[in-house]
Design a binder for this molecule. Structure first.
Ligand SMILES: [Zn+2]
Ligand SMILES: [Zn+2]
Length: 305
C-alpha cells in the first residue's frame, strides 16, 4: 500500500554539492497534496530524476536564504511558466525572498502564467502557515547565522469511523451519526447519550513530520516539537568537528540525536552533510550511540511518516 503521508529526499548536502549529493530539497506528500520544502540548486533536475510530479506542488516552504536552500527556486518557477502552469502557487519564506524573485522576473521581463503568492515567515515562535482540511503546516524558529525556520506538518484528526455492529444493534438518529463522525458525543431530546467510546473506533495516533534545516544544537526546540513521528535534523558535522559546528551554527550527528531524544521523536533522519565527509557510516554510528534507530537520509528515497 502506498503511504498517504511521506517525505521524498531530493538533496541532503550542505555547502558544495559533491560526492553525488545535492543541496537540500524534499517533497512532502499528504494524500494528493504535494509540498516542496527548501529548493537547493538542482531541485528541478532531481525532481525529474526521481519522477516527482512537480506540477502537483501547490506550496513551497523555504527555511532561510543561504544559497544551498533556495538557489533552485528560480529554475522551478521558470519551468512552471514555460509549461504554462495555471494552478496557483504559494511560497512561504523569509523576508527578502519575494524581492529576490520579483527582481529576477522583472529583469527577464517575465509575465507569469500562474498566480504566485508570497507569505513572509517569522522566526519568532510557532506560527501556523497553512490550514488544510487534513493537515497543518507551521513554522518554528531555528538558531542559525540568518533568520531561519523549520517546518512542522501535523495530521489533523479526520472523521471517526463508526463501529458497524453497534449501529446494527439499534436505530441511531442521523444527527448522532453526524456528530460521532466529527468526533463529538451526542445527546438526543430524550436525554439519551451516544458516546465516541461506545460507537466509534479510536483514531490512530496523529502523525507529524518536523523538518530542521540548519541550526546549532538547540534544546529550546522542545518548546515547539513534541513526539514527532519523523524528525529530519541537520547533521552537518561529526563530534570531531564540533568546534566548526559551533562557529557555523550547525549541529553534529550526536547533537541531532540528542535533540531527537529530547523531543521524544519516534524516528530520526539525518541530512545536510558536510562535503568533508565522503563516507557517512561513521556519522551514522555516532548518532546511533545516542538514538539507536537514527538513519541517514538518502536521495531519491521516500520515507513514510
Ligand atoms: Zn545549509
Ligand atoms: Zn544555512
Amino acid at each position: 500500500m502506498i503511504p498517504d503521508f511521506e517525505v521524498t529526499i531530493l538533496g541532503n548536502t550542505s555547502s558544495i554539492p559533491v560526492h553525488g549529493r545535492n543541496h537540500t530539497a524534499q517533497v512532502v506528500r499528504f494524500g494528493q497534496e504535494c509540498l516542496l520544502i527548501d529548493c537547493g540548486e538542482g531541485t528541478q533536475i532531481q525532481m525529474r530524476r526521481y519522477k516527482v510530479k512537480s506540477s502537483r506542488i501547490t506550496h513551497i516552504f523555504i527555511s532561510h536564504l543561504h544559497g544551498d536552500h533556495y538557489l533552485g527556486l528560480m529554475g522551478v518557477l521558470s519551468s512552471y511558466n514555460l509549461s504554462k502552469r495555471t494552478k496557483p502557487l504559494t511560497i512561504f519564506g523569509p523576508k527578502g525572498l519575494d524581492e529576490i524573485i520579483t527582481t529576477q522576473f522583472r529583469w527577464s521581463n517575465t509575465k507569469l502564467t500562474y498566480p504566485l503568492a508570497f507569505v513572509e515567515t517569522r522566526p519568532d515562535g510557532l506560527n501556523l502557515l497553512l490550514d488544510h482540511p487534513r493537515f497543518t503546516v507551521s513554522s518554528f524558529p531555528l538558531t542559525h547565522r540568518l533568520p531561519t525556520t523549520g517546518f512542522l506538518i501535523q495530521e489533523k484528526e479526520g472523521f471517526r469511523s463508526l463501529i458497524k455492529e453497534k449501529l446494527a444493534e439499534k436505530k441511531i438518529p442521523l444527527a448522532a451519526i453526524q456528530s460521532l463522525r466529527k468526533g463529538e458525543n451526542f445527546k438526543d431530546n430524550d436525554g439519551a447519550v451516544y458516546t465516541l467510546e461506545e460507537y466509534t473506533h479510536p483514531h490512530p495516533p496523529l502523525r507529524s513530520y518536523a523538518f530542521c534545516s540548519d541550526t546549532c544544537y538547540e534544546p529550546a526546540l522542545a518548546r515547539y516539537l513534541s513526539k514527532p513521528t519523523l524528525l529530519y535534523h541537520e547533521s552537518t558535522f561529526m563530534e570531531l568537528d564540533a568546534a566548526r559546528a559551533a562557529v557555523t551554527f550547525h549541529s553534529t550527528a550526536r547533537q541531532a540525536a540528542e535533540i531527537a531524544n529530547l523531543i521524544r521523536a519516534k524516528s530520526l533522519l539525518l541530512g545536510h552533510f558536510s562535503s568533508r565527509y565522503v563516507d557517512l557510516q561513521p556519522m551514522l554510528e555516532e548518532a546511533q550511540t545516542v538514538f539507536p534507530t537514527a538513519a541517514l537520509s538518502e536521495e531519491g528515497q521516500s520515507y513514510p511518516v
